[in-house]
Structure formats: C-alpha cells, structure tokens
Design a protein around this ligand. Sequence first.
Ligand SMILES: NC(=O)C1=CN([C@@H]2O[C@H](COP(=O)(O)OP(=O)(O)OC[C@H]3O[C@@H](n4cnc5c(N)ncnc54)[C@H](O)[C@@H]3O)[C@@H](O)[C@H]2O)C=CC1
Ligand SMILES: O=P(O)(O)OC[C@H]1O[C@](O)(CO)[C@@H](O)[C@@H]1O
Length: 368
Amino acid sequence: MKAVHFGAGNIGRGFIGKVLHDNGYAVTFADVNTEIIDALNKDHEYTVHISEENGASYKISGVNGVHTANDPDQLSEAVSQADIITTAVGVNILPIIAKTLAPHLANRQTDKPLNIIACENAVLATDTLKTAIFSEVNETLPSNVGFPNSAVDRIVPIQKNDNILDVKVEPFFEWVIEKNSWVGEDTLAGVNYVEDLMPYIERKLFTVNTGHAGIAYYGKTLGYTTVSEAMDDEKVVSYLKQVLEETTLYLTHNYDFTEVEQKQYIEKIIARFKNPYLSDDLDRVGRGVLRKLSPNDRIVKPLVYLHNQNMDHSALSKLVMFALQFNNSDDPEQIEMKQRIEEAGVKGFLSEHSQLDDKLIEEIRSSI
Ligand SMILES: NC(=O)C1=CN([C@@H]2O[C@H](COP(=O)(O)OP(=O)(O)OC[C@H]3O[C@@H](n4cnc5c(N)ncnc54)[C@H](O)[C@@H]3O)[C@@H](O)[C@H]2O)C=CC1
Ligand SMILES: O=P(O)(O)OC[C@H]1O[C@](O)(CO)[C@@H](O)[C@@H]1O
C-alpha cells in the first residue's frame, strides 16, 4: 500500500505519516523544503518521540521524499501508485497543492480506489482541495477517487531536535474521517470514521483551537512566550475557561453534545495544554492571525452566532481585541493585519476582513 503526503512538517511527520506507516503504508512525503526532502531520501526513516513521562519512541521507516517543484516525474509516479493522498500544509496552501496534484491525478491510469484527504485546521478542508482540483482538470478525474473531509487533533510544536526529521508529539491524537465519502474496503486503523463530521470538526476547532488561540493572544498581551508559562498564570486559565464556556454554548446549541460531555472534553484539553513535557511557543499557536480572524474560523464563527442569539460572548469579544494586539513580526499575516488596520482602522478592518456588523464591532472595541 502506498501513500503520498503533501507537507513533511510537524503534523505530516509526527501524526499523519505515523498513522499511515502504522497501517503498513510506504509514505512518500511531497514538500518544497529541500533540506527535509534530502534528509528523507538519505535516511528513509525518522523517529517520533511521545512527550510524556518515560515517553516511547517509534521508528517510522520506508519513507521517501519528493520535491513538488523539482521532481515532477517522481511525483507523477508516486501519485500514479498511491492508494491514499493526504495533506498537512496549511489551508491557504491547498490551492497550490491542487495545481501541483491535478495534472498527475488526471494522468493516473488505474481505477484502484484512491482517497484524498486534507488534514488541516479548517472546516471541510478536503472540499476546498477538491473544488480547486476539479477546476484544474475541467471537472474530470479517473473514477474511484474519494474526497473525505476530516478533523485532525494532535499538538505538535515547532521542533528543535538534533535530527531534523525527528518529531516530538503529545501522546493524544484524534483523526476523524467522513465515512460516506471514503472509497474502497481498506480503512485505516487508529482513525474514527463517522457519518456526520461537522459536530466533530466544529467541536475540535471551537474547543481545542479557540481555547489555544485564547491562551496565545491573551498570554502574549501579558508578556509570556510559551503555552506552559501562560498556563501557570491563573488569570489565563480563568480566561480560557470563560472562552470555552462560551463556545460550549455554541456547540450544545448546534449539536447533540451535552454540557456534561463537553465539560469532560474541556478538562482533557486543559490537561493537554498543561503537558509539562511539551514546549510550545505562543507565536506558533497564534500564527496566521488573518486566517484565525476570518469569518468561518475558531473565533469569529462562534462569536457571531452567540451575538445573534443574544448569548454571552464577552470573552470571545475580548479575544478579538487580544488577537488585534498580536505582536509577532515572524508572522506575515500579523504584518499585513497591522498595515490594514493602519489604512482602514480597527472598525474598517473588522468589518471588511471578519465581516462583523457595527454593533458587534462596538462591543468588541469596548470589551477590554
Ligand atoms: N502542529 C499542530 O499541532 C497541528 C497543525 N494542524 C494543521 O496541520 C497543517 C500543517 O501544520 P504543521 O505541520 O504544524 O505546519 P508545518 O509548517 O510544520 O508544516 C507544513 C509543511 O508544508 C510544507 N509546504 C508549504 N508549502 C508547500 C507546498 N506548496 N507544497 C508542498 N509542501 C508545502 C512546508 O514546507 C512544511 O514542511 C496546518 O493546516 C495546521 O493548522 C492541525 C492539527 C495540529
Ligand atoms: O495550526 P493553526 O491552525 O495555526 O493553529 C494552531 C492550532 O493548531 C494546533 O496546532 C493543534 O490543533 C493547536 O496547537 C493550535 O490550536
């Protein structure tokens, strides 16, 4: 069984690559990072370390690398043989992946089942990839290609290891895939297949990711650098709980989760955020601030819903203000946000970028 995974980064090597390897797949990583591709083709293996007391280490062997721009023939060969193609590149990169992948898919000379799955922090990211691929190939692809959406959850910080391929990951992981869009009989062990993905993806995005964003943006305003420093401050923990109480309102109103189930889910997540064996930078967790302030992402979507329903949204309003103060010159989106705020003002920016109405913008501006 063969897999092509686009994005040999932290989630690619530390999560998706490991699950595919554990299921017996030979994984070809496709990336634009020459150093990583060269290392993959030299060693053909790396190690995933689990960040906990006496954490285990797992060898991931039989892996290869292809450079998406420099090795088109090898990429074409890998795509023609693949049983599964996955991505973990960032949702904004999916249109680029579609352009790269589409011609190779169109040339595939086989009807064996192929599942293509985007593993990104976004709602229905595979649909985004699928639409972009179909527009490249004039709506025609070989038959037996499935495009299941998925939700992925595992905290994998930026890595500082001696071997550039090795990855330290938290013990927890959850990969949920849409059952009905999956083609073929060979499903993956270690993955949860569900009929309706939306409750899972929104619960994850609006709990793990909204909560994490709360820690990052509030923690930065207090001068902290890492998640564990911020989580040592009771003010941050108490604010995090308020944010998650608000997103619980959104989740229990829209889906069948009970308040008790959501409370247990939150407790597990707070324990994950406090993992002392994991060092995670607030700058990483807050990266991509424009994406995180977009209308369907982790902050604005629950905020607008609660505002429209006249339900408590004061902590989420503050979260927008903390995000606007995010100061990270390594994040190109933070620099762009700053420029746009200078040009249009806070009101103009939130109205145009986050599509918020004047009343909510006023509430946000007076929230802190
Ligand atoms: N790190 C984490 O804890 C989690 C991340 N995610 C999501 O997974 C995705 C990837 O995140 P990370 O692995 O943390 O990022 P990362 O930055 O470690 O990895 C992204 C990889 O994509 C590659 N890439 C960029 N442009 C490319 C292109 N045009 N073609 C091929 N490869 C390209 C980069 O070179 C890099 O190796 C994001 O959507 C993120 O939101 C989801 C859950 C957890
Ligand atoms: O990867 P993104 O979408 O920029 O956001 C970072 C978030 O994703 C995660 O990497 C894991 O889900 C979290 O650490 C954090 O909430």
